[in-house]
Design a protein around this ligand. Structure first.
Ligand SMILES: *Cc1c(COP(=O)(O)O)cnc(C)c1O
Length: 248
């Protein structure tokens, strides 16, 4: 059963839908403006709605309003929602994934953004092979070199792509990063730039069984800057749905 996770929100479902509507049109304008600044168009950027803590009724409203990608952070929360979700949006996993939970989501999401170790990639690959599928993944890069974050260091990532791309049950589609939290999104610009350079370098190497197609970076506070610096997938929660009220 899906619990009603909005009990502590002061807003009704109907109000949350209105909040989404207002925010979504604003986000689309900003995404387009940032895309144009980097020589691309709106269509080149994939907007993923980060849906942790958001009630399925609101998520489904977002999907019916045009959101084509949704991302969940926690395995349990994803499992509690998946049966009620509209089927016409792709489901991604964007949160920290422990190896022992991988079996619960492999085959149920079309992309795992947050592969932070070779060990986790091996686990995902083995489970995928048992299920007769190949799981598409992104490698998470700890671009700010923070102790609090997992992911490959910028120095490790080329070797990691090379090694992980040899695993038959996974296909590396690109890179993901969460730069340090800061008050001013401009401070993250160098990190986004560095990520994009890394992404393009690796793309240039044309490593077998991998493709550098997706650069997933930028969240509510900094997605404009991330797009300006080359992101083609942004993960937006608060700026789409409003403040989160329940910490699952
Ligand atoms: C929650 C979350 C987001 C979205 O964060 P907002 O600041 O609310 O936009 C993006 N990526 C990941 C991995 C998240 O956990």
């Amino acid at each position: 059963m899906t619990e009603n996770i909005l009990t502590s929100s002061p807003f009704s479902i109907e109000e949350r839908k209105k909040i989404f509507d207002q925010n979504y049109s604003d986000i689309k304008r900003r995404v387009e403006a940032a895309a144009l600044k980097s020589g691309r168009t709106f269509k080149d950027i994939n907007i993923l709605a980060a849906t942790k803590t958001i009630d399925v009724q609101v998520i489904n409203y977002a999907i019916n309003s045009g959101i084509m990608l949704i991302g969940e952070n926690r395995v349990q929360e994803f499992l509690s929602k998946e049966d009620s979700l509209e089927t016409n949006a792709e489901r991604h996993f964007i949160g920290h994934l422990q190896s022992n939970k991988a079996k619960d989501i492999v085959g149920k999401v079309s992309l795992i953004h947050s592969v932070h170790s070779v060990k986790l990639a091996k686990v995902i690959s083995d489970i995928s092979l048992k299920k007769g599928i190949v799981t598409e993944i992104l490698l998470e890069v700890n671009i700010g070199n923070e102790d609090s974050k997992s992911g490959f260091s910028k120095y490790e990532v080329v070797n990691a792509v090379t090694e992980i791309s040899k695993l038959e049950g996974v296909f590396v589609k690109g890179l993901m990063a969460i730069p340090p939290i800061c008050e001013n999104s401009e401070k993250n610009r160098p990190y986004f730039k560095e990520m994009c350079n890394l992404f393009l370098d690796i793309r240039g190497k044309k490593i077998d069984n991998s493709s550098m197609d997706i650069l997933s970076m930028g969240m509510s506070d900094d997605f404009d800057v991330a797009i300006e610096e080359g992101a083609n997938m942004v993960r937006i929660g608060t700026s789409l749905f409003g403040k989160r009220f329940y910490n699952i």
